[in-house]
Each structure stands twice: as structure tokens, then as C-alpha cells.
Design a binder for this molecule. Structure first.
Ligand code: HEC
Length: 140
């Protein structure tokens, strides 16, 4: 019991203050998003702002999950991206992170090469958290 209490106290700063009970899977999801944000800041952020308030070399990635490729308004994509016909499902984003120029020859995004599925998982969790719009419903 004492052990459980100290575990609960140790996780409090991670989950913030909340009156509602929080399940273990909710805590795990939050940890994944936070880890993903750190990895995103390290590997993607220098080229990708989350939204258009901050101009960057690559297109903003808000609402990227299940968005059609190459449609962010006002961004100058490569012809390869515009003509790809891809929808950014989790599987497509994994393949893209792993070997983007193999996945889409002619893209202007320089090679990233994230092969570790756990790292991909975390980044995907973060990308999901900045994708509040339900593009899945729109693209189906
Ligand atoms: C060196 C700069 C750079 C880095 C680092 C980078 N990107 Fe990109 N990214 C780009 C550019 C440029 C494009 C546009 C490619 C094109 O038009 O062919 C792009 C396109 C994309 C797209 C398609 C967007 C759309 O609107 O269709 C996704 C998804 C993406 N990047 C994800 C990532 C992720 C995730 C990371 C980190 C793991 C990352 N990128 C790292 C420059 C970068």
C-alpha cells in the first residue's frame, strides 16, 4: 500500500492535477505524447512548425494524421509530393520516417531515417495529439 502511494505521488507531476480518476492507459498515452514531443523537437521541429503561425522550411504538421499528402494551403510542395495521392495513415507516416526518399523518390524532404519502431510510435502519438481534426472521416 505504502509502495502504491509513493508510486501514485511520483506520477502526479506527469499527469498534472486532475479531479477525475486517471487510468493507467491514459497515463501511458500521455507519457508517449510527451516523449514524442521531445523526439519531434529533436528530429522534425527545425523544419516543421506545428501550425502556420511560424514559417519553416517544411509544411506545418497540425492535423497531419489521415490528411492527404501535399495539401497544406500555401506551401510549395515538390511535384512528387503533390502527385503522390498518399493519405498520411500511421503506416504511411512510419514508412516515411523510416526512409522518406525511398518511400517517395523526388521528395524535397531530406533523408530522416528513423528505424526504431518505438521512436516511430512516440512521434506518431505526438502527431496524433496535434491532429484534433478527424481527417479519417473526411477522407473516407
Ligand atoms: C531537413 C528538413 C526536414 C526535417 C528534419 C523533417 N522534414 Fe518533413 N518535410 C520537409 C519538407 C521540405 C517537406 C515537403 C516535401 C515535399 O514537398 O516533397 C516535408 C514533408 C513532410 C510530410 C508531408 C506533409 C504534407 O503536408 O503532406 C510529413 C508527414 C513530414 N514531412 C513528417 C516529418 C517528420 C515526422 C519528421 C521528423 C521525424 C520530419 N518530417 C523531418 C522537411 C523536413
Amino acid at each position: 500500500m505504502k509502495h502504491l502511494m509513493s508510486m501514485a505521488i511520483a506520477t502526479l507531476p506527469l499527469i498534472g492535477f486532475s479531479a477525475a480518476p486517471v487510468s493507467a492507459s491514459e497515463i501511458f498515452e500521455k507519457i508517449k505524447i510527451e516523449a514524442g514531443q521531445t523526439l519531434y523537437d529533436r528530429s522534425c521541429r527545425r523544419c516543421h512548425a506545428v501550425d502556420s503561425t511560424d514559417s519553416s522550411y517544411g509544411p506545418p504538421l497540425e492535423n497531419i494524421l489521415y490528411r492527404a499528402a501535399g495539401i497544406y494551403e500555401g506551401y510549395d510542395y515538390s511535384i512528387a509530393m503533390e502527385a503522390s495521392g498518399i493519405v498520411w495513415t500511421p503506416g504511411a507516416i512510419r514508412a516515411w520516417m523510416e526512409d522518406n526518399d525511398g518511400f517517395m523518390p523526388g521528395t524535397k524532404m531530406r533523408h530522416v531515417g528513423i528505424e526504431d519502431p518505438t521512436v516511430q510510435d512516440f512521434i506518431l502519438a505526438y502527431l496524433g495529439s496535434i491532429s484534433p481534426q478527424d481527417n479519417k472521416q473526411i477522407s473516407e
